[in-house]
Design a binder for this molecule. Structure first.
Ligand code: NG1
Length: 579
């Protein structure tokens, strides 16, 4: 239901945030951005696209196994001011930095800078010293200079749009380009002839700013891709008729172009969230999002306990793209292969070419019928019951003859043999589209994490729903939620191995400082933790963590607030239209 709503288009800022001037002073930020856009491009922006980061409260690394997750959008966000470029606007254009005036697009774009080229993008960032200005043009599988001339019919019948995203290097503009791809492919088919009825994408100027810290597990990458997709939709007049669900799908596909085979949680949370609620997002058999009020966010009596979520950055930067071979993408492959092997061991049939997920295996095990385009829906009760029982079956993946203390992984050869596929079939199905590296693949531990974490998500949801029907959030409700968060951290650390010493330390310190529960949030291996803390204890909690966590010792004031802060569920992505 929430996914079928249209993308909100606002003309006033108080429609965007529930309360202005909270963590950062939003009104000042938005004005500064619009003014700076005018300084740099000589005219006002036409739109500002906004996409928030998210904090995942529980349900880590299970979205790509197609199990439901439980994130909430945060107030921190990415903003992209943008406007179509007209002939008169390039005259006043003044680059903000001393960067070379043109990204060298592998020598395909000729000097002087062809600002008028179809779909040509000038992307600037407010922090231009760190994120230099970039310019690029989409190409229909042929040299850009040809686009300038009269293209022949053959020239413009290309297979794919090309934007040259470098997957081996983390570059800020890659996320802008990733957002552009979806819009190009959906609205400007690369294979068709350019005619007046099938026009070129519009040249655009954009200025980006953001308050979501990069590489911190708050999903700055998804926020960038969602905001960029929205900005290109808005400038090209294609916003009407796009639902939130469609935007999520576009953003998911777009982000995969940066080189990470991500699930869909971040994009869904960034797009579909509403204030005061978390989202229970499910991906199977289709994308659906259910807003769930969080305890303490309903009006309650004086006797109730209020609690808030506090985000703390471990200050270990986790670069998902650079380490994807041994971390994120490896987990995706391990999780998928474990699904096939578990299915075989449970006597469930799996097609030779089928990349079955753990969620689908559970559905089949529970007797869900295969229907056209997927599997029939399984209700939450049945799913919870199945997750409670399948834990024992996962033991069938435990390598024989190996004790608790021993290595529980299997080699590539062993894994192929267990999969029932030939080496060639296995490589084609599981390794041809991704680059991974491991001596041992941890099928048992990964699937044990996925099923237990999926169950914790449903339990967390149940506790929140129960508490929403009562006017009082009791101590025991918060303790139940906290316990689930702590179990999740343990599982992420020991079974999924996506924590790191600093995250383990920070979550332990949070519990010692009085949190009901604390866990890593997002992909892990660095980034942030989220802790559930009584509202009355927020200040003392933060000062205890500051004292105890060495990387915070020298931080004061705004610098401290940048790394540890309480957060409220925020609204999802939108477009602000200047009138
Ligand atoms: P972050 O923390 O944004 O890197 C990643 C994935 C999610 C999910 C989590 C782990 C992307 C864009 N996001 O989140 O889909 O799998 O890890 O739960 O890759």
């Amino acid at each position: 239901m929430a996914a079928s709503l249209p993308i909100p288009i606002y003309t006033s800022l108080d429609e965007v945030y529930s309360s202005l001037g909270t963590a950062t002073n939003h009104a000042v930020r938005w004005n500064d951005l619009a003014e700076e856009f005018e300084n740099r491009f000589g005219r006002k922006p036409a739109f500002i696209a906004r996409a928030p980061g998210r904090v995942n409260l529980i349900g880590e690394h299970i979205d790509y196994a197609l199990f439901g997750v439980f994130p909430a959008a945060v107030e921190r966000d990415i903003l992209i001011a943008c406007a179509p470029r007209s002939a008169s606007s390039y005259a006043s254009y003044t680059p903000a930095s001393n960067e070379p005036s043109m990204e060298q697009e592998r020598g395909r774009v000729a000097d002087p800078e062809p600002l008028h080229l179809p779909g040509f993008v000038v992307a600037e960032n407010l922090r231009h010293e760190k994120y230099p200005r970039k310019t690029f043009a989409p190409m229909r599988g042929m040299s850009t200079s040809k686009l300038l001339d009269e293209p022949t019919e053959e020239d413009v019948r290309a297979e794919e749009w090309m934007l040259d995203i470098d997957k081996g290097r983390l570059a800020w503009e890659s996320y802008v380009k990733a957002g552009y791809y979806g819009v190009l492919n959906r609205f400007f088919p690369p294979t068709s002839l350019v005619t007046t009825t099938n026009p070129h994408p519009i040249p655009v100027d954009m200025l980006v700013t953001g308050t979501v810290p990069a590489g911190s597990g708050l999903s700055s990458s998804a926020a960038m891709v969602v905001a960029s997709t929205l900005a290109f939709l808005a400038v090209n007049g294609k916003l009407q008729g796009i639902s939130k669900g469609e935007l999520v799908e576009m953003a998911m596909e777009n982000e995969q172009r940066v080189g990470v085979n991500s699930g869909g949680m971040d994009q869904a949370a960034s797009v579909i969230s509403t204030t005061n609620s978390a989202l229970h997002i499910t991906f199977f058999p289709k994308l659906a999002a259910e807003p769930i009020p969080l305890p303490g966010s309903v009006s309650s009596s004086a006797a109730s306990s209020h609690a808030v979520f506090i985000i703390a950055n471990s200050l270990v930067v986790s670069d998902k793209v650079v380490h994807s071979k041994t971390r994120y993408n490896l987990r995706v492959v391990e999780t998928l292969v474990s699904a096939r092997i578990l299915a075989l061991r449970l006597g469930i049939s799996v097609g030779k070419n089928e990349k079955v997920t753990l969620r689908e295996v559970l559905g089949r095990w529970l007797g869900a019928k295969e229907v056209k385009g997927g599997q029939e829906e399984v209700d939450v009760e049945k799913l919870r019951d199945g997750l409670e029982r399948i834990g024992e079956e996962v033991e069938k993946l435990r390598p024989e003859g190996k004790g608790d203390e021993e290595e529980l992984g299997v080699t590539l050869g062993e894994m192929i043999q267990m999969s029932g596929l030939s080496e060639e079939e296995f490589n084609e199905l599981y390794l041809s589209w991704v680059n991974v590296e491991a001596t041992h693949f941890q099928l048992y531990k990964r699937s044990k994490h996925v099923f237990s974490e999926a169950l914790r998500v449903l339990q967390f949801r149940d506790v929140c729903l129960r508490s929403a029907t009562s006017s009082i959030t009791t101590q025991s409700t918060l303790e139940e939620l906290g316990a689930l968060m702590n179990e999740s951290q343990e599982s992420c650390s020991k079974l999924f191995e996506c924590s790191c010493p600093e995250l383990d330390e920070l979550t332990r310190l949070a519990r010692e400082a009085g949190a009901y529960g604390s866990r890593l949030t997002g992909a892990g291996w660095g980034g942030c933790t989220v802790s559930l803390v009584a509202e009355s204890d927020v200040d003392s909690f933060i000062s205890k963590i500051k004292k105890a966590y060495a990387p915070y010792h020298n931080l004061e004031g705004e610098a401290l607030h940048e790394v540890i802060f309480a957060t409220k569920p925020s609204s999802g992505a939108c477009v602000y239209k200047f009138e």
